[in-house]
Design a protein. Structure first.
Length: 276
């Protein structure tokens, strides 16, 4: 199979974008791993597949595959790259795009200077729906990891997130603690793990250990989940500038019952073909 693709990134969170509308595409977890391998393939955090919608009221459907071949529900940085990709490839000329995902319908708005805003929908806070094992819903939960107790927020943005507050994100044990929490039994679908440092009520810093990937340079849904968790704890205002290793996202959330909006840049790196 000869596959045409575009390499893109959102703040360094990198993607292989595949058009499944104008070419026939058949992917398996093995093929995804082959493409995602940074030594023998193209290399990416996720592969995003554009498809024709099943829902007649939306413009596209897109599927998200982690580097380990697993398919996941949502990806905020990927959604922004998706919006630019379908316009660059002339699959649409719309500036406002409705997209069907495994997590539901996303509304994408393309602005100036490659900025894309995504309506990420309302955060899911009910533990059973995150999913997270807890008797009652709370702003945060005690979590025992390797004999140590941590306090985590549990939020789903269509995919599950655990959010820990840290004093200095540069010193946070992202690789070790992130990996341990990712597979914690209280998160039955595994979980993305965010390490959040609050600087003031409008600024924060974040590192994210992504489920099935490891630490990435940016995570859009992770930034949204971090905003929600911090706001529920009364630590931030309704608009927050979150700086990740790859750059800064603007996250807006008025509070429970309202959708989260994420705005940030995208970049196309190159176009190519790979034979699988």
């Amino acid at each position: 199979m000869r596959l045409k693709f575009t390499k893109m990134h959102g703040l360094g969170n990198d993607f292989v974008m595949v058009d499944g509308i104008t070419q026939r595409v058949k992917l398996s977890p093995e093929k995804v791993r082959q493409i995602a391998d940074r030594h023998t393939g193209i290399g990416c955090d996720q592969l995003l597949l554009v498809e024709a919608p099943r829902n007649p009221d939306v413009d596209f459907r897109y599927r998200i595959y982690n580097a380990d071949g697993s398919e996941v529900e949502n990806c905020g940085n990927g959604a922004r790259c998706f919006a630019r990709f379908v316009r660059d490839r002339r699959l649409t000329s719309k500036e406002q795009i409705l997209v069907e995902t495994a997590a539901g319908i996303l509304e994408l708005k393309v602005g100036e200077k490659d900025q894309v805003s995504v309506d990420m929908g309302e955060p899911i806070l009910e533990p059973a729906k995150v999913p997270f094992q807890a008797d009652i819903q709370a702003e945060s939960y005690p979590l025992e990891v390797d004999g140590e107790m941590y306090n985590v927020g549990a939020v789903s943005m269509g995919n599950p997130h655990a959010v820990l507050l840290v004093e200095d994100v540069t010193k946070a044990p992202v690789e070790t603690l992130g990996a341990a929490i990712e597979c914690h039994p209280r998160f039955p679908a595994r979980v993305n793990v965010g390490f959040l440092q609050i600087e003031d009520r409008g600024k924060a810093r974040l590192r994210v250990f992504e489920r099935g990937v490891g630490e990435t340079r940016a995570c859009g849904t992770g930034a949204c989940a971090a905003m929600v968790s911090a706001r529920l704890r009364g630590l931030v205002d309704e608009e927050l500038q979150i700086t990740l290793p790859g750059g800064t996202l603007t996250i807006h959330w008025p509070g429970p019952g309202e959708p989260v909006t994420m705005t940030g840049p995208t970049a196309a790196v190159y176009h190519g073909q790979i034979v699988l």
